[in-house]
Every structure is written in structure tokens, then in C-alpha cells.
Ligand binder design. Structure first.
Ligand code: MN
Ligand code: MN
Length: 294
């Protein structure tokens, strides 16, 4: 595979950045500071953001990204950190959960162990359903529910979510994995329903097409968005560059034009606490190589 070195480099930086973010997570620090320092770290290490650093708390499984004026302080939450880095468009995606309450160690262990167990059975020829079953069995053994409507995914150049879809439960999918495929596996364990819903107030977006844009303001903002090469972006980064009024105006216009995809926070239906673990791996001749390794 010709781009494997870029994948390896992106994966290594993503893993180092995740370790760095985990080391920052302590009672008293703001969520915003963890995000911003980690994003700086990624650039320092020579990586680009494949998506803004995401830190989801408690019953939020994913897709939370603080705005520029966010004032959440970390205290005793369950904190899932999800980091994506790219090198020339080739992405490493990984995540981990920290329990600042110290009361939910098993919840954190459940998703991590599900990930480890899935990785241990992976080799060419394994079916997606078998991976899902391993994840489900591990998480239910701890008394939790795997989040069924979130899944792992393939990765491609400047494309964070592509086929195959890696289930977090036994969906009986008989599609087999082949050597050379790069996927992210990401089990979520829930102390609640194990089904997430899309809430409101998205802060993460993606450009979903091209259309002629009239206003000068939106054109300016769009120029910046285009520099992300189709990858997700957050309002905070635009607000830093253009201020809130211009950013809001532009996002509104793009939404009206129907070319703005929104990613609102994903929250457990019964508001159970959720943990997540994720690695990006390459399927090798007789197993797999973990690419998101520090
Ligand atoms: Mn991720
Ligand atoms: Mn992912």
C-alpha cells in the first residue's frame, strides 16, 4: 500500500496527542483548554486535524466540541476524548475515556476491553458480524450495553467515514475483511439504553456540496472551509478567524443553500453514562497492525 507511511505517521501523532490530552484531564481544567492545547500539540508534532478534537462528557457519546466561549470545567465527569489526525489526507482516528469520578472504572474497562478483544481476533477473512459479536459479548459481560447505532468505519484519503461499517453488536453481517484494509474500530459502552439520539446545537459541521455563494462574507468563510478538504470543522475555529457575527452569517447561508452537514452531539437515549475506545488498524496477512500507537 503506497500511503501506508502517511497512515502510520498520522496514527502515531493521533496516539501521542491522545496521551497528551489524557494527561491534561484533571479536575479544574476547562474543556476548552484541553481541546486547544491538544490541537496545538497535534500541529507541533507535524500533523493536521482530521477533525476538531472532541471531548464528550457523561451521557454524550460523541460529537461534542466546545465553542469559543464554552465554560465547562472538568470535575468528576466521564470524559471521552476522540482525536483524528491526518498526513496528506491519510487519517489516524483514536479515542479513550477517562473517569474523573473514579466510580465507573468498569464502564471505562468495558469499551477498552471490547476494543482489545476485537483487535485480537482480526485477520483476513473474519466477518464484520464476528467483530460485532466480540464487542457485544465483552460489553454485556460487564453488565453494560454496546451502543448499537454507532459503529466503526473504513478510512480513506480525506474521508473519515467510509465502508466497511464495523458494528458494535452482532448484526450477522457476513462481509469479510481483506488484507490491506484500514479501519477504525470504536466500541461504546453504555450504562443506559445503548441507543443514541442526535441532540441539538451542533458545533461540528462538514461541507456537503458546492453551490454558488453570493455574499462576500460567506465567500471568505467558505475559502477557509475549503482548506479543510472536505473534512469536518468546528464553529470555534471559524469564530477565531472571522468573529462570531460573520461565522454565524456564513453558516446560516450555507445551511440555507443545503450544503452544510451538521453533527449535533450524540446522547444516550436514557441518559446513561457512556465510554468509548478506538484504534485505527491495518489488516495484515495474518492479523492486524495498530496504527494509532504512540
Ligand atoms: Mn474517532
Ligand atoms: Mn472513528
Amino acid at each position: 500500500m503506497e500511503n501506508i507511511e502517511d497512515y502510520r505517521k498520522a496514527g502515531k501523532i493521533a496516539a501521542q496527542a491522545l496521551e497528551f490530552a489524557k494527561s491534561l484531564v484533571k479536575p479544574g481544567i476547562s474543556l476548552l483548554e484541553v481541546c486547544e492545547k491538544t490541537e496545538e500539540k497535534i500541529k507541533e508534532l507535524g500533523g493536521e486535524l482530521a477533525f476538531p478534537v472532541q471531548i464528550s462528557l457523561n451521557d454524550t457519546a460523541a460529537h461534542f466540541c466546545p465553542d469559543a466561549d464554552d465554560n465547562i470545567i472538568l470535575k468528576d465527569q466521564i470524559i471521552s476524548i476522540d482525536i483524528g489526525v491526518h498526513i496528506n489526507g491519510f487519517i489516524g482516528d483514536n479515542a479513550a475515556t477517562v473517569d474523573l469520578s473514579n466510580k465507573h472504572k468498569d464502564l471505562v474497562k468495558a469499551s477498552r476491553e471490547a476494543l482489545d478483544n476485537a483487535i485480537s481476533i482480526i485477520k483476513p477473512g473474519i466477518t464484520l458480524g464476528e467483530i460485532g459479536k466480540t464487542i457485544q459479548d465483552t460489553i454485556t459481560k460487564y453488565g453494560f450495553a454496546p451502543v448499537r447505532n454507532l459503529s466503526g468505519h473504513g478510512l480513506d484519503e480525506y474521508n473519515i467515514h467510509t465502508t466497511p461499517t464495523i458494528p458494535n453488536y452482532d448484526n450477522k453481517d457476513t462481509t469479510i475483511l481483506e488484507q490491506g484494509t484500514i479501519i477504525a474500530i470504536e466500541p461504546f459502552a453504555s450504562a443506559g439504553a445503548g441507543i443514541i439520539y442526535e441532540s441539538s446545537n451542533p458545533t461540528i459541521f462538514q461541507l456537503a456540496g458546492k453551490k454558488p455563494v453570493r455574499s462576500i462574507i460567506t465567500r471568505q468563510v467558505l475559502k477557509e472551509i475549503n482548506s479543510y478538504n472536505g473534512l469536518p470543522f468546528c464553529r470555534r475555529h471559524l469564530v477565531k478567524k472571522f468573529g462570531l457575527p460573520k461565522t454565524s452569517f456564513a453558516l446560516r447561508e450555507l445551511k440555507t443553500l443545503g450544503i452544510l452537514r451538521e453533527y449535533p452531539p450524540l446522547i444516550d437515549k436514557s441518559h446513561g453514562l457512556v465510554s468509548q475506545a478506538e484504534h485505527t488498524i491495518l489488516i495484515t496477512k495474518d492479523g492486524c497492525e495498530i496504527l494509532t500507537k504512540a
